[in-house]
Design a protein around this ligand. Structure first.
Ligand code: ADP
Length: 197
């Protein structure tokens, strides 16, 4: 199994690259997505969160009120630790399940938004960075995600710089061009990854 860490700044096109890799046969492990799945209605994870934080963190439809939980843990490290103590082991177990189910020659791509920020490069055989100029990142966040330019700039400046990310990359995808350009680069990357796997 080849363990690939995929990262990129917000609006860089990381999710786009992740789905292109999935189309080509990669097994995708998206920790943020799994973290949502383990507290979906009817899960033991959600029951544990409700037992810890009270039914006030449940929405009328039985789902988790993320804003409410966020507001509780935001300013309280102990409450945050309590939440993590529930969610992290569930996420870890689910990730392990996905890895165990993958074929021996699989390319397993971990989608890790804060790979550079958290110094996680060593955990992967290959680090792939999606690199996009600031203006393009801003355009995409404003036009496609409906963010204000100010909000988009603030979020980008809270993350690692392009230079920091490129410094840990084994492979850089330049997403300054069209979607067709991006696909062509993902094709080249995919060939290299299956060759190594
Ligand atoms: P990220 O996951 O890095 O935050 P996304 O992959 O969601 O970013 O990309 C942000 C938006 O820009 C999405 O709507 C995506 O479809 C679009 N996008 C990504 N790459 C390109 C590209 N090369 N050309 C045009 N739109 C793109």
């Amino acid at each position: 199994m080849l363990k690939v860490g995929l990262t990129g700044g917000i609006g860089s096109g990381k999710s786009e690259v992740s789905s292109l890799l999935q189309e080509r046969g990669a097994v995708i492990i998206d920790a943020d997505k799994i973290a949502r799945e383990v507290v979906e209605p009817g899960t033991p994870g959600l029951a544990a969160v409700a037992a810890e934080f009270g039914d006030e963190v449940l929405l009328p439809d039985g789902g988790l009120d993320r804003e409410k939980v966020g507001s509780i843990v935001f300013a309280d490290r102990e409450r945050l630790a309590a939440l993590n103590a529930i969610v992290h082991p569930l996420v870890g177990a689910r990730m392990q399940e996905l890895m165990d189910a993958a074929a021996e020659d699989a390319v397993v791509v971990h989608d890790v938004p804060l790979l550079a920020e958290n110094g996680l490069a060593e955990a992967y055989d290959v680090v792939v960075v999606v690199d996009t100029p600031l203006e393009t990142q801003l355009d995409r966040l404003v036009a496609r995600r409906g963010m204000t330019e100010q909000d988009a700039r603030a979020r980008i400046s809270n993350q690692a710089s392009r230079e920091d990310r490129r410094a840990i990359a084994d492979h850089v995808i330049d997403n300054s061009g069209s979607l067709d350009d991006l696909k062509a680069q993902v094709d080249t990357l995919w060939e290299a990854l299956i060759h190594r796997a």
